[in-house]
Write a new protein. Sequence first.
Length: 623
Amino acid sequence: MRRPKLRGRPASSAGAAYASEAGGLRVTKPGVAPASVDATITYEGQVLGARAGESIAAALVASGRLMCRTTRRSGNRGIFCGMGVCSECAVTIDGQSGRLACMEKVVPGLDVSMDPPARVLESGTPDATGVPQAPDHELHAELVVVGAGPAGMAAALEAADMGADVLLVDNRRGSGGQYFKQPAEGFAIDEAALDAQYRAGRGLIARLAASSVRVLRETRVWGSSGPDRLFAVSPTRRYVLRPRGVVLATGAFERAVPFPGWTLPGVMTAGAAQTLLRSYLVAPGRRVLVAGNGPLNLQVAAELCAAGVDVVAVAETAAIFRPGAALHLAGLAISSTRYAAQGLGYLRQLRRVPLLARSSVVAAGGQDRVEWAEVARLDPHGRPIEATRRRLAVDAVCLGHGFLPSAELAGLLGCAQSPDPGSGMLTVVRDSLGRTSVKGVWSAGDGGRIGGAQVAQVMGARAGLDAARALGHVGPTSTARERRLDRALARHERFQRSLWRLFDGPRLVDQLADPDTIVCRCEEVTLGELHAAATPWSAGAGALKRLTRAGMGKCQGRYCGPIVAEIARRASGEPLGARSGFAPQAPSLPTPLCALASRFGVPSESTPAATETTGVALTPPAP
């Protein structure tokens, strides 16, 4: 297959030209009618048009404002993960600092400003997070499912259909997770014109709303003293959850690969770009480079093209046009004609976009935001071939280097984990039914091991059935249902094996970084500082964390952790093991200190209001 040649264009003042044209990044998608720009917010003293209900991040990007906070050492930061994990988009809203622009919704009249490098709290000043000092609320359920993505929704529905009392907990306002993300409130929806991914998600969300599952939204489970005692917090309440069984469907986050300039505003994950596009009809930029490894990048690039965005190139670390690729394509088609055809459709959409195989973005630069990026071919070890560097003018770079499981809660619960040499990350040890090493705890989907949305959904259903049976519920058709799920799981796993043989490329860790490149975005620790601290006697990633502060920031090492662990492994010569990374500790997610100061475990005088749920009211059953 012949690919278009890379278009050359000097990288000069693309960022400045784009930023001056406010509102030019709002786009359209079939089946989603744009809501009117009916609200205004103030950003750094300037009035911006916005859509009520969209994220503050979307409103800022649509207006060409990408800077959210400033740091002590390395300048300004902007939207990066788009899912509330990295905390790079922290802003000050109506005087309250530390609020995440990607998670906060637009309310007319908000006053938004960039977050300073550090907060100063005077004695007696209430915490700026807005979480009140209130009693704890104790909730009982037979089964608690953590996470409302494909795996979590499927697990909750299957267990509820078997008669189990199920409480589903998720840290977002709406169900669906990253894969089934839906248009924000306020958009007019034409169901018939939506794409298959939207429709599948809407179907699952509708089933959830009509079920007996109790749903606790905007609530993060941050700690535990055992499988029967989980600690959680929402913007208005603190909870102690008392289940008899737990299904962990905590999902995944995108893997980080540092390179010079990757902390500039405008450099974001492919998932963040897709959220802007699919949930808010906002493009990340006008001239976009998509780079990394895997099929998500092709989907994001194709969707951006369809929305009228100029995708200057897709840089893919795998040599997907190599001899023998046809064999893997045949495996994809045999496993799933539908998804193989979907992938070919992305390639057709990208027929005029240069697809650079065995290549990556290797540097980015600009004044206050990304204005140019360099791409280069990689050698078999993932190192840039200097003679192949090429500079492109861009105003956004979207990075997708695969995913890592959000297994922190599993670690806190004591579930056995094993290293995955392919990703350099720990994965949860579980059997085909999702059972972990801890009795009463199941793991489903990408939160235990990366397998994709289809595998996650089937695994979630399988875990939900097994959990309901363990709780004493047996349905008349459960055995036949399990056999159908097992066949579907085998088919989806075959598809994934063929897919990743096609996208098999060098695993990038720090090959693209130089000594001055920041590896830990939160604490601004450079590669050179990590290498200087890493010795055969530094005793692993935990020691590097204490010596350099890498991993001590708000994201708790999610993005730098695998890199720190690999640097420590090289220095020590020890193989990757179950104790190679950072030790699990509470809080497993960024949590306001005022929530941690509470005396958990004391039942309150009342139960949460039903307005926080969908399905039925949150009334705990009698013990």
